[in-house]
Design a protein around this ligand. Sequence first.
Ligand SMILES: Nc1nc2c(ncn2[C@@H]2O[C@H](COP(=O)(O)OP(=O)(O)O)[C@@H](O)[C@H]2O)c(=O)[nH]1
Ligand SMILES: [Mg+2]
Length: 365
Amino acid sequence: MALQAGIVGLPNVGKSTLFNAVSNSAKAQASNYRFCTIEPNVGLVNVPDERLLVLTELVQPERIVPTQIEIVDIAGLVRGASKGEGLGNKFLANIREVDAIIHVIRCFEDENVLRDEGAIDPVSDKEIIDTELQLKDLDSVEKQIQKKEKQAKTDPKAKVEVEILHRCKAHLEQGKSIRSLDISKEEKAVIADLFLLTDKPVLYVANVDEPSMHTGNKFSAALKEAIKSENAEMIVMNNSIEAQISEMDDPDDKALFMDEYKMTEPALDRLIRSAYRLLGLNTYFTAGVQEVRAWTFHNGWKAPQCAGVIHTDFEKGFIKAEVIAYNDFVQYKSEAGAREAGKLRIEGKEYPVKDGDIMHFRFNV
Ligand SMILES: Nc1nc2c(ncn2[C@@H]2O[C@H](COP(=O)(O)OP(=O)(O)O)[C@@H](O)[C@H]2O)c(=O)[nH]1
Ligand SMILES: [Mg+2]
């Protein structure tokens, strides 16, 4: 059910270090929350949300349940992967399964950490990975063109599809990713079942050395410049420090350590929140004395569909929803307080749920 973000990048850029940080921090939370390592390289991690803490203060529930996403460590992408280098095809298949990509790029110098690609060069590193993914997509698109061209002789719909596929092909051949192709929603449906790798939303992690973790460095600056036109987010962080933080069990030690590095929160939290947004996800809450809980829904979902996240019966038997905006709940301190202030709204089937809404569903069974 949880959506997946896959960590990709060249070897020795800090992917596994990042994954370990994710997985350690998830384990640390495990006493309170659900956590499982689904496979050695897949971890389910809580989405950090301040609002959950605020609601907990107000409601004093027995239990707090955050919402989660899955993070996958996808190793083995190297130059030539699209031609099968370094088990390339297997790893590209793994990327096909994820919903979003976290692209880690080395922006630190360290002679002790091996590197095949010469001097540190984040822009060229990014291009190597992009090229492999684009070549693989080109493969998929060309195969599809062959298939559709036969149909196009008799089927006008297939003819239109072939035209769209040719636009994709030309775009990829120019060394561009499908996510930057100017294409309408309807046209996009034609290529949806190809699960093109370069169509997936991407988030860049500039893995910098410790002195640059707050400011970035010349490498991360170059990367930022290179992705300017992509409208993509870039997070500057030091994956080694994150891994160290995640290994600390004692909260006081952790606070002291972070203080020393002038950090107000682990950069990992920022990363997970960004990945969550990248996946197009929002959160609504249920807030009762038994449980304060965060639930994930997709941008644009209406009340019944959101109710279905809790249970399919909630969606099928949906009658109405009682809704309190997060800020109102906080201002009036409780459901009763918000109700008295006239801030509890009754909403029907057409209500588009907003991020932060506190929901109470009424339904028939
Ligand atoms: N100096 C430095 N070394 C790092 C950093 N992040 C990771 N490393 C080291 O780089 C090596 C490769 O890291 P790893 O996470 O295994 O890379 P992967 O191949 O991308 O999974 C390990 O020895 C890490 O300790 C960093 O931010 N700075
Ligand atoms: Mg690794």
